[in-house]
Ligand binder design. Sequence first.
Ligand code: MN
Length: 271
Amino acid sequence: MKTNQGDTIVINKSVMEFSKVEVFWTKGVAILGMILFLSLILFSNKSFSQVTNLKNTNTMNLLNDKIKDLKFYELPYIYDALEPHFDKMTMEIHYTKHHKAYYDNLMVAMKDNPESKTLSLLDLMKNISKYPVGVRNNGGGYFNHHLFWNILSPKPQSLPQGDLKLEIEKEFGSFENFKNEFEAAAKTRFGSGWAWLSVDNNGKLFVSSTPNQDNPYMDIVEKQGIPILGIDVWEHAYYLKFQNRRPEYVATFWNVIDWGKVEELYKKAKR
Ligand code: MN
């Protein structure tokens, strides 16, 4: 009995001591946890706004870069930034596989060409008829995707303003008319390609579409100009989310176009 009582007292003491220690640790851990949690929120917000801010604010700078100096630029936002409109998996595969392959293949195709040290990307595209089809496809693919990423934004300016708004209304009658014409170009492009809004040699806006990875800079297109807005209508741009429903993808595109970026390109094109 004594032994049992003694045991009980010892157990009670140790339980009390354990409780004190437990309270200390529970409070301590709770406070530490809260600090960690708050700093995580602050940190993640900070880094989120950093990655969603467009890093490459001067989209067209790379046009004057020599071919050998071209880089595979970072996507200006995180892969799921355009959700729910453009899904994370499509963005990740599109950027890391498709866009990357165009870049790598262009570099390989031009590696032994001495012109890669002196020729700018813009001059290459303007004279693309003189180059092998691999340079045309991969050079176009490299540039077109760079433009595409940079006119999209998780926090877009949803409509054109100022001069571009006026010019769209002047050329197409209304923004709605322009939208219809652009959507028609995107939807009716047979197979793979792009639809564009560009500025022509007289400073006028026009809508066009090109097959494969051609673009309005190239000397092989029907009408040349400076592209300021483009939509990729290759199946790889929409098939995972929209399957064969290209019109739905095209309709969704309007939600992520940053017209502020398009206006910047328009102003440069007019200079
Ligand atoms: Mn693509």
